[in-house]
Design a protein around this ligand. Structure first.
Ligand code: UD1
Length: 434
């Protein structure tokens, strides 16, 4: 298991490119199951979860190759997905247990193959995270489910799934994607009310449209989908990762300095942008080499102002940025209130941040963070993906050396975040097999 040795206290400067979005690439890879031809995805980030999704698609009998786009190609990969040879419509436990998003194959399998066997995702570190809402919605489309040996075994009715009126009682991102992917090949019209509006849902819808799907209501909380008989292959570029962009911005905000993020999504991070502005971080939109870019300038650490954050579904403040903003709050001047409303157990970074000297009091769903004069390096253990990013950022702001263990959490969802931060001047050494 790798560990990261971080020497803190260095301001950041330079240029870095934002990778493609993990949470868009995952449903897009699953969407390949629906196509009658190859789906080629560009701008695919190099990270653990997408390798797992590739393994899952191959396990089912499909072809799923992830490889660099060529010698002059940037850092991203290209995914060539051809699932016409799919013979085993099942997602086994050993793959689902490492990645809950494996459940994203359920809707496509039922729509395209009429059956699916998907291991039920267990409790996961950041909360219960069931898939009951996915199952209820697919049942409204005619699917029947049994639970056998920890697997959800689903079957579409003879003649295939049918369109339905669905209203999610809670906004669910992968639930919306799963049902949308099922509906594009269902008979008749499906309406998904209280749909998630996350940009990755829209990106998935745009790719499905490129494959021939009929979906209206993009970017709203009501999606209207008219089923078609078949979908073709397509070529599609995955949107840039707004959470990675936000994490890099938070690193510069915390360490101080000036940097340019190339291919940065701007509209998609509006909620985080306004919080950065409130903390005293300057962000400006720019165009560099014809691409969207963001410049960030920050006085860093103690010069930041305290900030209040309440997570909520898009366009609200994303839960996937909560831990990184808590790292900012640990040294910002004043008292910050950080409230998590999406997941019930997403404060596991708190005890580790305290080891660096952070002053955090947990009051139910709210963390009360009093900015301290300085953090001091310490050994740290990552507990989940975004918590590991938070700890890395705090370690960069701390005096002296911190060792970050269980880096595989970070590598599951970030495309070499340590290398990107080092390109901005950070001092992070990766030690293999620690
Ligand atoms: C997705 C993202 C994840 C992000 C989360 C919230 C992917 C691959 N992952 O996760 O990074 O943190 O959205 O923005 O895109 N719920 C139920 N029953 C269900 C489904 C969800 O009770 O069937 C609850 C969850 O426990 C949670 C809330 O609904 O409290 C929202 O979860 P959801 O949006 O589904 O998260 P994911 O799609 O798993």
């Amino acid at each position: 298991m790798d560990k990261l040795e971080v020497t803190g206290g260095v301001p950041l400067a330079g240029r870095v490119r934002v990778s493609g979005a993990k949470n868009a690439a995952l449903p897009l890879m699953a969407a390949s199951i629906l196509a009658d031809g190859p789906l080629t995805l560009a701008n695919v980030p190099r990270l653990g979860d997408l390798r797992t999704m590739g393994r899952l698609l191959r396990h089912m009998g499909g072809q799923a190759d992830l490889h660099p786009p060529g010698p002059d190609g940037a850092l991203a990969e290209e995914a060539r997905l051809d699932l016409r040879s799919l013979t085993r419509p099942e997602a086994p436990h050993e793959l689902v247990k490492t990645m809950r998003a494996s459940a994203l194959v359920l809707g496509p399998l039922l729509a395209r193959h009429g059956q699916a066997r998907v291991s039920l995702p267990g409790g996961c570190a950041i909360g219960v995270r069931p898939i009951d809402l996915h199952l209820k919605a697919l049942a409204l489309m005619g699917a029947e489910f049994d639970l056998t040996g920890g697997d959800v075994v689903g079957r579409a009715p003879a003649g295939g799934l049918r369109g339905a009126e669905i209203r999610f009682e809670t906004v669910t991102v992968t639930g919306t994607e799963n049902v949308m992917m099922a509906a594009v090949l269902a008979r008749g019209r499906t309406v998904i009310a209280n749909a998630a509006r996350e940009p990755e849902v829209t990106d998935t819808a745009l790719a499905l449209q490129a494959m021939g799907a009929r979906i209206a209501g993009l970017d709203t909380d009501e999606l209207v989908i008219d089923g078609v008989d078949h979908l073709s292959g397509a070529a599609y570029r995955v949107m840039p990762d707004r959470i990675e962009a936000g994490t890099l911005l938070a690193a510069v905000a915390l360490c101080g300095g000036r940097a340019v993020l190339l291919d940065a999504p701007c509209e998609e991070i509006a909620a985080a942008r306004s919080k950065f502005a409130a903390a005293g971080v300057k962000l400006e939109r720019a165009v560099v080499g014809g691409q969207e870019a963001l410049t960030v300038e920050s006085p860093g650490g103690r010069e930041l102002k305290a900030l209040d954050v309440v997570t909520s579904p898009h366009p609200g403040f994303p839960t996937d940025m909560q831990a990184q903003f808590m790292a900012l709050a640990t040294v910002a001047r004043g008292v910050s209130l950080i409230t998590e409303t999406i997941f019930e157990n997403r404060f596991m970074h708190v005890s580790e941040l305290r080891r660096l000297g952070a002053d955090i009091d947990l009051q139910g769903r709210t963390a009360v963070v009093k900015g301290v004069d300085r953090l001091r390096g310490a050994p740290l253990t990552a507990s989940d993906l975004r918590a590991s990013a938070s700890l890395l950022l705090a370690a960069l702001a701390a005096e002296g050396r911190s060792d970050l263990f269980r880096v595989y959490h970070l590598d599951r969802g970030y495309d070499r975040l340590d290398e990107k931060l080092n390109a901005l001047g950070a001092r992070i050494a990766r030690v293999k097999d620690a």
